[in-house]
Design a binder for this molecule. Structure first.
Ligand code: GLN
Length: 485
């Protein structure tokens, strides 16, 4: 296997054994980027010089005998929604085209403290609104398994970068599925941690009550490793929770005995592709083979999840994005206008169609006279969705089902139909509304060789057990070892 097909854990071991330096590893990934990213278009910006300098610094640190961080010398790609000091952070939006953050997001600071090598910033749907990266103002990322198809979104660049071996690991964000859905479509592992597990400080907010940052990796072991590094309390984020972070990698290979898997009938209804369903059923069989029991559970309010999400998320977005007005933040129009006109023109030029659509929807849902009917009602239904999970988890340890209703779709297939695009998150959205944790792991391929993802959902702050459960399946299968040609 070439260096770039290895996992982060393997790359750490190679360095520790003196078989590869970070300079060699980083060089190999930069070479892949140079050769392949013209097709894949995963990166908004590659920081080759910064990455080489950091790799050299890690190699020197190793030589000196100093203690190295947990991700020492391993390249990582970062979704362009996370602030990186000195490195443009655009949210793939024209309105932030020239934004260079003066500070690092907490997750970035933690990666740097772990001696990771940041190789660049990845493409995404503008402000993380979308499921295909087609809403990026700059480019559409391609699925490494079939470049006619999209990688999913909104963290499509980060997912494609790992799948195409342009970086061994990356970070994304998940507000309604934006880590799990692209992980599923690209055949890799992606986790949406419990709300409050990972600090959101320095993540440019989309919908603050739903947003979480999480890693993309080839396998569950790397995912556990990344989670150990980025999780934990942060005084800069009032919603981050002050509880200890388990040593996820330590317990990972301990099987969960007497495992009860909840299978919600709502996740196997109309709209689910038959090949996807077959792969999920086969994965459940594998768990049964390992002694797990399948339990029927019901999430009766999940039918409302997409509707509730598109009220709550757009309402929060309309408020969060108000700061980009050409005065306080963001692109300012060159056209002559008065104050209000300048706001309007700057925003009209700076925001793409989908972002404008969401701002309008959210503003409407919050406006006086409609707030009770839409926003407050949606919050009540959100509570019912959370209650459904609470009752389901009384009967099971984990819930399983498909991550996405179909494998990767073709570029352009859904871009003119927002509703059908919104439905690609039908199985992922309720997890964010309930604030629980979820992970997507590879569980097979369609006949046309497109990856399929199995979704695991767990009670809040139960990532340690969820990762172990994910690992049980992974240890018995080899989907996670496949790489696209
Ligand atoms: N696809 C969903 C949306 O468009 C979710 C996006 C996300 O999780 N950031 O809002």
């Amino acid at each position: 296997m070439s260096l770039t097909e290895q996992t982060a854990t393997e790359l750490l071991a190679l360095q520790a054994a003196g078989k590869a330096s970070s300079a060699e590893i980083t060089g190999a990934f930069l070479k892949n980027i140079a050769e392949r990213d013209g097709t894949i278009q995963a990166f908004m910006r590659v920081d080759a010089d910064g990455a080489k300098a950091q790799a050299a610094a890690v190699d020197a640190k190793r030589k000196s005998g100093a203690k190295l961080g947990a991700l020492a010398g391993v390249p990582i790609a970062i979704k362009d929604v996370l602030c990186t000091k000195g490195l443009t952070t655009t949210c793939s939006s024209k309105i932030l085209e020239n934004f260079v953050p003066p500070y690092d997001a907490t997750v970035i600071a933690r990666l740097k403290a772990a001696d990771a090598v940041i190789v660049g910033k990845t493409n995404m749907d503008e402000f993380a609104m979308g499921s295909s990266t087609e809403n990026s103002a700059y480019k559409t990322t391609r699925n490494p398994w079939d470049t006619e198809r999209i990688p999913g979104g909104s963290s499509g660049g980060s997912a494609a970068a790992v799948a195409a071996c342009l970086a061994p690991v990356s970070l994304g964000t998940d507000t309604g599925g934006s880590i799990r859905q692209p992980a599923s479509l690209c055949g890799i592992v992606g986790i949406k941690p419990t709300y409050g597990r990972v600090s959101r400080y320095g993540m440019i907010a989309f919908a603050s009550s739903l947003d979480q940052i999480g890693p993309f990796t080839h396998d569950v072991t790397d995912n556990a490793l990344l989670m150990e590094i980025i999780s934990g309390h942060d005084p800069h984020d009032a919603t981050s929770i002050d509880r200890p972070v388990p040593a996820y990698t330590k317990t990972l290979n301990q099987k969960v005995e007497g495992l009860r898997i909840g299978v919600p009938k709502e996740f196997f209804g109309q709209g689910l592709d038959s090949e996807v369903e077959a792969a999920i059923r086969a994965a459940l069989k594998e768990y049964e083979k390992q002694g797990a029991k399948l339990v029927d559970v019901s999430l009766p309010h999940s039918n409302y999840a997409v509707a509730v999400y598109y009220i709550v998320a757009t309402a929060e977005a309309s408020s969060n994005l108000a700061r980009f007005d050409g005065m306080h933040y963001g692109h300012r129009t060159k056209q002559k206008a008065d104050l209000i006109g300048t706001y309007a023109k700057s925003r009209g030029e700076g925001f793409g169609k989908e972002v404008q659509r969401r701002i309008m929807l959210g503003t409407y849902a919050l406006s006086s006279g409609y707030k009770d009917a839409y926003y407050l009602k949606a919050l009540k239904v959100r509570r019912l969705i959370k209650n459904d999970f609470d009752s389901a988890f009384e009967k099971c340890d984990v819930i399983m089902g498909p991550t996405a209703p179909t494998a990767a779709f073709k570029k352009g297939e859904k871009s003119d139909d927002p509703l059908s695009m919104y439905l690609s998150d039908i199985y992922t959205i309720s997890c964010n509304l309930a604030g629980i944790a979820g992970i997507s792991i590879p569980c097979g391929f369609t006949k046309s060789n497109l990856p399929i993802g199995l979704q695991l959902l767990s009670p809040p702050f139960d990532e340690e057990r969820m990762l172990r459960i994910a690992r049980m399946y992974e240890a018995a299968t080899d989907w996670h070892t496949k790489r696209p040609k």
